[in-house]
Design a protein. Structure first.
Length: 266
């Protein structure tokens, strides 16, 4: 028993949320690329069904969220609503300064493929994404999914340097794995050519697309050609990314989700 001070009220006890009706897989997709490659436009095209037409350079990381109906990765006869966390980033050229969260600008932070956090000794009850998260009391960058699971390396297919930047980003990510030069185990990486509608007959554009296809084939990663502005193959791109991540449960499935699913199934 804790005595109350005169004139003070005991803080209200936080109520536990109701358990969900089904599992809600929670995935993270990190979008990387050169300045003006259309990263933010691509994300908004999928999340908000809207493509900004005025270029605003990204100076800070931004998190977006969208739900998606898909087959349950744990039961092919079931459908679930998955939650996708999309991590928008600034270009690699942004270095030396600080973002709005007070973090030093360093794009390598967003290429890190750290493993999921260790499981607690006692498995907590499962409530699904966001159910137990509290509003931040201070401004800080804090993704809510367990870890990075997939990367989209976006480039402007009309600019050769933009492609080279995407290739360099891949090389940096692949240096984290053994053997060097390969995708870290289980991580999904897509090379994404954006703005295919801008000048499709240009010889430079054709050359860039050919080089990108060749690079993707050699590195054994998927290559996608999209237009965020015209909404060309954007939904297909994100769905395929999510479906690939879903096949790697070691990233998104924790013990509480697994136990909840087994109990529900039985």
């Amino acid at each position: 028993h804790v005595p109350k001070r005169p004139g003070s009220a005991m803080p209200p006890k936080k109520q536990k949320p109701d358990p969900p009706e089904n599992v809600v897989p929670f995935f993270r997709v990190t979008v990387l690329g050169d300045a003006d490659s259309g990263k933010t436009c691509l994300i908004n095209s999928w999340v908000n069904n809207y493509c900004p037409t005025v270029y605003m350079p990204s100076n800070d990381p931004v998190l977006y969220y969208r739900t998606l109906r898909m087959p349950n990765p744990m039961d092919e006869n079931d459908m679930v609503t998955a939650l996708v966390e999309i991590e928008d980033t600034y270009p690699p050229t942004k270095t030396g300064g600080y973002d709005m969260f007070g973090q030093k600008q360093d794009i390598s932070i967003y290429m890190a493929c750290d493993p999921p956090p260790p499981e607690p000794v006692q498995t907590p009850a499962y409530y699904g994404p966001f159910a137990e998260y509290e509003a931040l009391s201070e401004l800080k960058y804090e993704p809510l999914s367990r870890c990075r699971m997939g990367f989209m390396l976006v480039f402007d297919c009309n600019i050769e340097e933009s492609l080279h930047t995407a290739m360099e980003i891949f090389n940096t990510i692949s240096m984290q794995s053994m053997p060097k030069g390969t995708v870290p185990k289980g991580i999904t990486v897509f090379l994404v050519a954006n703005k295919i509608d801008k000048d499709p007959l240009s010889e430079l554009t054709k050359k860039n697309l050919m080089a990108a296809r060749s690079f993707a084939e050699i590195k054994e990663i998927q290559f996608h050609e999209v237009s965020a502005l015209k909404f060309i193959k954007v939904r297909k791109l994100f769905r395929e990314m999510v479906e690939n991540i879903a096949m790697q449960p070691q990233f998104w499935m924790d013990d509480s989700l697994k136990e909840f699913f087994e109990e529900k199934k039985n």
